[in-house]
Each structure stands twice: as structure tokens, then as C-alpha cells.
Design a protein around this ligand. Sequence first.
Ligand code: GLC
Length: 553
Amino acid sequence: MCTTNESQAARLGKRVIYQIYIKSFSDSDGDGLGDLRGITQRLDYLADLGVDCLWITPFFPSPQRDNGYDVSDYCAIEPTYGTMADFEELSREASARGIGLMLDMVFNHTSTEHAWFQRALAGDPKYLAYYKFVDAAPDATADDPGEPPTNWQSKFGGSAWQYVPSLNKWYLHLFDVTQADLDWDNPDVRAELAGVLRFWRSHGVNAFRFDVVNLISKPAAWESDETDGKRFYTDGPHVHEYLQEMVREGGIDGLLTVGEMSATSIENCIRYSNPTFHELSQTFSFHHLKVDYLDGQKWALKEPDITELRSMFRDWQERMTAGGGWNALFWSNHDQPRPNSRFGDTERHWYESSTLLPTCTHLMRGTPYIFQGEELGQTITDFTSIDQYRDVESLNYYRILQEQGHTPEEAFHIVHARSRDDGRTPMAWDASENGGFTTGEPWLALTGNYDRINAQEEMADPHSVRAYYQRLIALRKQLPVVQAGDVHFLDTPSDKVISYERTLDGVRVRVQCNFSGERQPSLATDGGELLIGNYDEPATFLRPWEAVAHIWR
Ligand code: GLC
């Protein structure tokens, strides 16, 4: 049933997407926050890197409780980020350089400041039906609202339900209390959201990312379980049907679209991304980024388990290919700590760690994503105090970890390793004050090493991490085997080595990545030509954090 659609590889396999976290990318007006004009000013940098499309995180009006993922108007622009004219200029200038824009649609929830939610709060039945409101007990009071409808936990900590005394109802928020879940079972809601897509289509946008989109369909009955309830709404009952409708009504079938899929399954991702189903063109899944979660818990640390990492990659690469699905390939985004610090050793092998990771994913089958600053090898923050953090999730968990019995030092240590702010520190453009990101006070401090790790420095150095990314991007554009080849993983003599092959029309590429600081045995590469590698001299074994690819043609 699910055969690979050939045009899928042709359409998606050549592209490389660059993610811009707008707040931290480039500030054109000195207010300490990045903005749309800041992006326009940096387009030559991005064109030179070789990327095809920019995913820009939400820049719509928002109280910024979750940095723009709490949208209060889907069809306008947050004034601190610019104006519609700024957006149009960015779009024109990007397109003149052959670069497209991907907008971030946060459709699972709105901000509680959205006009729809405000009308609901005022008691308007039409808008009450836009959200997941549930009646509270008749005798509920603000001081004693009783039990919420289910035991579901918010992803940011605490109950996923909030009581509203004036309505004597609870509403569902899977994220922050100011991010109210929309009711996708209501056809009016689905029609509104399709209208948002048509609005941005009419502004020339032809790529979209959908935030936590596998959570949109909630069950018909409110049930609890012994854990956090996520099994009831993850890849929920009508999710495929609703996505198909959104794609059809929003006029986005066949476009470049990616869904962020929380705790999903391969079977569902095949349905989300195989073109036969007319849903999305690719999916982000996160299982490979949980291999350093102790017992699956984000806020409990363990060393990355490379055996598990390899088996995750193997499953997702091989089974998605067999099912005609398409993976977004990534290590990093605005919700993840910097991966070179997390999976590598940036103290002793910064260059090798920062180039090993993209070698591993960029040559896989799928579409690679680069998160701003990753191409420079930006590292985890050097923050020393909780006061330096801004992220709502990090601040919540700093408190919750202490409530669970951790000392403030332990709580800080965990937050420091896991905070989303680790990836959100501003982009380092040069060695001047605040890395050339802003002339004002940056909203979040830069990582202290920006005097060494910055764009200007690396653009002048042909052996920089950035130059290595440029080579990887160029290889994808040149080689059909990378764009469209089959993929299969190899057994290796060491459990610290991840190795796979891509094959197409008699051409074979073999990738070997040593995820350790020790020398490891290498597979034979006789007759192969070196395609790319992060050490200059060849060797018969793999050196610390070495990544190497050979080609037979
Ligand atoms: C996604 C976003 C994240 C946001 C959440 C709620 O996971 O990437 O930043 O907090 O959805 O919208």
C-alpha cells in the first residue's frame, strides 16, 4: 500500500532548511530582540551557506509568554518583530536569492489573549465552543475548584487544566496556562485555521511548519490514566482526517510542510508524510533526542546511550523509507540544548564533535534542518545562575525539581543541561560586544565564547565548522544517492560507532561516525573514494569523534 513516491525524493531530497529563532537571530533596531529586518540583512550569509528555505519561528502578535508560541492573532505581525511591509521585503529579497520562507503555524492552541478566547471568557457560546471547556462541579469555587476533568499533565509542568471561576468551567492547556487548546472537533475552528493558511498563501508563503500538530485531536471522553494522560491525545482519534481537511481547505497539498510530532510512532509518521495520504510532506520526531533521558524523563540526566541512538536512527530511517514516509533530519532546534555539547566533547574536541553530528544526519535519507548557530558550532550556555534563564519551562522545572527534593544546586545542574534557553542564546555574528547580535541589551545573554565562535571568524577560515556545513550542503545538492538513495544501517565492531549506507543505481555511500573520545575500529573502505571527513589525514581506524564518508561509483 505505502510505496515510495519517486517525486517525493526529487522534491524534498535536494533541500536543506535553516531554522531561524527570530528573537535571537539578528536585531536591526537595537531593542535587544531579533526582528524581520535583521533577517533580511543577513540573507547573503544564508545564501552563501547554501540553504534553500528559512523556517522562521512565530512572529505573530503574542504576549510572548512562550516566546511567540502563544499566538494572539495569526494574520498579523508582532510590532517588535516588524511590519507586514518588512515581511514582504524579506520575502522578496529571500526569493531573489532562491530562498523560500517557511512559516510556523501554532494551531494546537492560541494565547488566552487571542480574541477568540477573550470572547469565550465573556461567555459567548460560539467561542466557548472553540476551546476545550468542561463544566466544573456545581459547588466549585475559586479557592476549592475540586478535581480537574482528568489527571493530564501540562508539558511545562503541573495540571493541564485551569479553572475559570466566572464560567465555573475548566479549560485544557497542554502547554502553559496561557496557551488554551483549540477544539478541532468544532468545524468552525478547522475552517478558521484553514483560512489562516490561505491568508499566508496569498502573501506568497509556500512552506509551513506545524507546531505539535499530532496533539490536535482529543478523545471524545475525558479519561485519566496512571501516568500523564498523553496516550489519550497523542496521534489522537481524528488527527489524520483533520490534517487532510486542513491541507485541502488551506490549499497546501504538495507544498513543503513539516509537522512537529510529539512522542509519535513510525506508523503514524508514515501516514503523516507519505504523499498518498495528502497530509504533510515530512515529520519531526524526537525519539533520538531522548537517549540521554534517564527512564525517559527529560528532567533526569544520563549519558547518551549510543546503542539506543543507533537503533532509533536505524528504525526511523529504514522503516520510514519502507513505508514511503519522509523524515526531517535534525539534532537541534529552539527546544533543545546545543547538540555538540550534549552528544560530543566540546572541551577537548569541539571541531570534531561539531562536524560529526551533521555528517551523521545530513547524509541520511530525508531533509536536513540546521538550527541557527549550529553551523558555527555554538555551544551550550555558560550561565551560572537561574536568574539568567528566561524560558517558562526551565523556570517551572527549577521550582518543581526542588519540590521533588532536589537541592537548588542539583536543580540548577539539571536545568543547565536541559534548558531550552541553551539553544536560544543569540546568534554570534562577530567578536564585537554582544556578538554583533544587537547594539542594545540582548534579551538573553550570549554564550561567553562568542569571541571565538562567530560567523565572521568562521567565514574567513576555510577549515571552519561552517565551511564543513557548506561542503555537506553542496554534497546533498550534487549527489542523487544522497537525495534519493535507499538507506540501510551496518553492524559495526564497536557500539560507539554509527554506520549506514546509501545506495542508488550502483553508487554506494558509506558513513561512519565515532561517537566517542576513543579510537574505534573502522569498517573496510577498500576501493572507496573519500567523500568528506572531519580529519585531514586518512587512517585505518576511527579517531575521537571522527566522521567519515566514502563513495563507490
Ligand atoms: C513546540 C514548540 C515549542 C513550544 C510548544 C508549544 O514544541 O517548538 O517551542 O513551546 O510547541 O507551542
